[in-house]
Ligand binder design. Structure first.
Ligand SMILES: Nc1ncnc2c1ncn2[C@@H]1O[C@H](COP(=O)(O)OP(=O)(O)OP(=O)(O)O)[C@@H](O)[C@H]1O
Ligand SMILES: [Mg+2]
Length: 248
């Protein structure tokens, strides 16, 4: 498989004397692959994603996107990737359509208006298009953030807890949409979540993070077999729990 993303022993410590938020993480993401990173609050998921995006510099280790060191060549790569997270803040006094159009223009996309119209329809945002972002519900803002993240047709899409604020129906529709984009366009998707059930069927591969490190990695079936759990929820609780829990 062609790897579009590789991390090599990526480590980040925010505060001296504290344990690192991310410790020597080695990961790969293949073209056309869906990789989910799951782990409890504070496991280091967002820190890792920020380093993959080149928004946060690792203390040591390296992130390569398309073979380029992201800490040195971020500008060369930026147009090929995109990102959405729950704490994304967008200009609140612009409408949904104006916001998306601004991004389409920043990315220098062809036919920006058509592109935005298509994204609004794909994400079920048409009826909110002329509304200011400040007047949307949390879940509607999240959908807009995902539309924004798709505006440049990214080769790698990073979604940090995209479904945290979505209702189950919209959340399912989003995974369906993403699955189609991955299959049809070979997009690579890196997805984080707390919810094992949602990633179980959707992901090609799952990485469980705990206290900044990879606690387990594999397909859903691999993981359940390896740890002898009935479902991934049980495995999540097992691995997220105390260190002394015996796993093997
Ligand atoms: N800016 C920061 N300064 C200091 N410590 C930080 C900072 N950001 C995160 N941390 C700490 O780093 C660790 C990892 O946090 P991170 O946000 O990466 O976890 P997460 O897995 O994304 O958690 P969540 O599921 O809650 O989003 C936590 O202990 C957190 O308190
Ligand atoms: Mg996070």
């Amino acid at each position: 498989m062609h790897h579009v993303l590789v991390t090599e022993k990526v480590t980040k410590c925010y505060l001296p004397g504290q344990p690192p938020a991310v410790k020597e993480v080695d990961l790969t993401l293949g073209q056309g692959e869906i990789l989910s990173i799951v782990g409890p609050n504070g496991a280091g998921k967002s820190t890792l994603v920020q380093m993959m995006l080149g928004l946060l510099l690792p203390d040591s280790g390296m992130v390569r996107l398309f073979g380029h060191d992201v800490s040195k060549e971020r500008r060369r790569i930026a147009h090929r990737i995109n990102y959405a997270s729950t704490d994304l803040s967008l200009p609140y006094s612009l409408t949904v359509r104006e916001n998306l159009l601004t991004y389409a223009l920043i990315y220098n996309m062809k036919n920006p208006r058509e592109r935005v119209a298509r994204l609004l329809s794909t994400l079920g945002l048409e009826s909110f298009a002329e509304r200011k972002v400040g007047a949307l519900s949390t879940g509607q803002v999240a959908r807009m953030g995902i539309a924004k993240a798709l505006v440049n047709d990214p080769e790698i899409l990073f979604l940090d807890e995209p479904t945290a604020t979505l209702d189950p129906e919209v959340s399912g529709q989003l995974r369906h949409l993403l699955g189609t984009m991955v299959r049809e366009r070979g997009m690579a998707l890196l997805y984080t979540s707390h919810n094992m059930r949602e990633v179980e069927r959707f992901s090609d591969r799952i990485v469980l993070m705990r206290a900044g490190e990879i606690a387990a990695e594999g397909t859903a079936a691999d993981l359940m077999q390896r740890y002898g759990t009935e479902d991934l929820e049980e495995l999540f609780l097992l691995l997220a729990g105390r260190e002394e829990v015996a796993v093997e």
